[in-house]
Ligand binder design. Structure first.
Ligand code: IMP
Length: 177
């Protein structure tokens, strides 16, 4: 059986003020345009919702759910689409919204899918940029926080479907019992 200790990495207040500033920056950059936000489920649900609420430009929203074959807490390059994009992407300005970019495989695959659908532009907003295990060089245009190392949970992020509901983001330390 596994047990964990956890410590706060980003408090709910720090998260909210950072997300608000990200939304302001994105709203400024896309002023006069209508943006299509594509969220990557499931981990993005809290971040996505807060980001949209703080924005003050018209947006349309869609979601994808991707899975990559991998073991434990790391992913592999073999990405499968479990739920695809439903809205039309051709000729649109698209902003991909991710919870965390780790190896970069998921984001790399999604950017290729969106480009193949002839979007006008594709940019990326990630709440967390964890560069420790980056395998693919993916561009992140808007970053909330950088994380040096470790596994983080809360504010939508899970470990084995646990801890998504926390309002703060924690670093998780596994202990054997
Ligand atoms: P990537 O394809 O390796 O970049 O994986 C991105 C996905 O892996 C994220 O959308 C998360 O679902 C998951 N992930 C990677 N690192 C973490 C973490 O520290 N905590 C929770 N989920 C993570």
């Amino acid at each position: 059986m596994k047990d964990f200790t956890k410590e706060v990495l980003f408090s709910r207040d720090a998260i909210q003020s950072r997300v608000q500033r990200l939304a302001e920056e994105i709203s400024r950059d896309y002023h006069g345009k209508e943006l299509l936000l594509i969220g990557v489920l499931n981990g993005v649900f809290m971040f996505f919702s807060d980001l949209v609420k703080y924005m003050d430009i018209p947006v349309k929203v869609d979601f994808v759910r991707l899975a990559s074959y991998g073991s434990g807490t790391t992913s592999s390059g073999d990405v499968r689409v479990l739920k695809g994009i439903e809205l039309s992407v051709a000729g649109r300005d698209v902003l991909v919204v991710e919870d965390i970019v780790d190896t970069g495989y998921t984001l790399d695959a999604l950017i290729k899918i969106i480009k193949a659908k002839n979007a006008d532009s594709v940019k990326v907003c990630a709440l967390l940029d964890k560069s420790e295990r980056r395998m693919v060089d993916v561009p992140i245009d808007y970053t909330g926080f950088t994380v040096e190392q470790g596994f983080v949970v809360g504010y939508g992020l899970d470990y084995d479907e646990q801890f998504r509901y926390f309002q703060d983001i924690y670093t998780l330390h596994e202990i054997s019992v």
